[in-house]
Design a protein around this ligand. Structure first.
Ligand code: AP5
Length: 191
């Protein structure tokens, strides 16, 4: 049975960067993970239905529509993951105009049943800086205090996910100039 690792963190904290670094390092050891981006699964469905033109519009869709896309993405991912080692790039919670939407509600967890949930975190001023520097995306421009609240909420809800699945919760710090350390911590989780 493969290992299922779910990687979460607020937008722009560097989830994808850390995952890519860790997978590159592990490939040298012959350890292979299939990377799956949960948002991409949702986006492909939403785009086919003509609801969005870019992935950053999804968190502003009607709450019930987001939940429907989320459910469909979870079962699609469960169907393709099989016995392989998989790493799922997603969110503990999504900040929507009507509040935090759980990224891994019961119907998603039942499909994914992760062994580990990783929370990628860093100081909120660094996250703000990274969002400001990323012109490829339509980032939410919120203040440092609001990002701190989101990170706090993500820890709380990850504890609830662990209660439901018995998975472990690992916090990986991805600080400026210390990407190598974050990659090393992620490699330890995946090995
Ligand atoms: P998704 O695409 O996953 O959104 P995201 O969080 O914005 O992901 P990114 O890949 O853009 O950010 P990242 O944290 O990976 O940062 P990156 O590595 O690029 O999801 C899209 C949407 O899908 C969501 O908004 C939501 O609507 C939906 N969705 C997804 N999962 C869902 C779920 N379960 N339920 C409901 N909806 C869901 O890095 C950012 C920048 O920082 C880069 O420029 C990078 O070079 C830089 N950087 C990274 N690390 C460092 C470092 N150590 N030092 C300096 N710079 C660094």
């Amino acid at each position: 049975m493969g290992k299922k690792v779910v990687v979460t963190g607020v937008p722009g904290v560097g989830k994808t960067t850390v995952i890519t670094g860790a997978m590159d390092r592990l490939a040298g050891e012959g350890i292979v993970y299939e990377p799956i981006n949960f948002g991409t699964f949702m986006f492909e469905l939403a785009r086919k239905e003509g609801m969005v033109a870019d992935r950053d519009e999804m968190r502003r869709l009607d709450r019930d529509v987001q939940k429907r896309l989320q459910r469909a993405a979870a079962s699609g991912i469960a169907a393709i993951s099989g016995d392989a080692n998989v790493i799922i790039d997603t969110h503990s919670s999504v900040k929507t105009p009507v509040g935090y939407l759980p990224g891994l509600p019961e119907w998603v967890l039942r499909e994914l049943m992760p062994d580990v949930i990783v929370l990628v975190e860093t100081d909120e001023d660094q996250i703000l800086q990274r969002r400001l520097g990323d012109e490829s995306r339509t980032r939410d421009m919120e203040g440092a205090r609001s990002i701190a609240e989101h990170q706090q909420f993500n820890r709380a809800i990850a504890a609830a996910y662990a209660m439901y699945t018995g998975c472990t919760v690992k916090i990986v710090r991805n600080e400026n100039f210390l990407l190598d350390r974050a990659v090393e911590d992620m490699v330890d989780v995946l090995r």
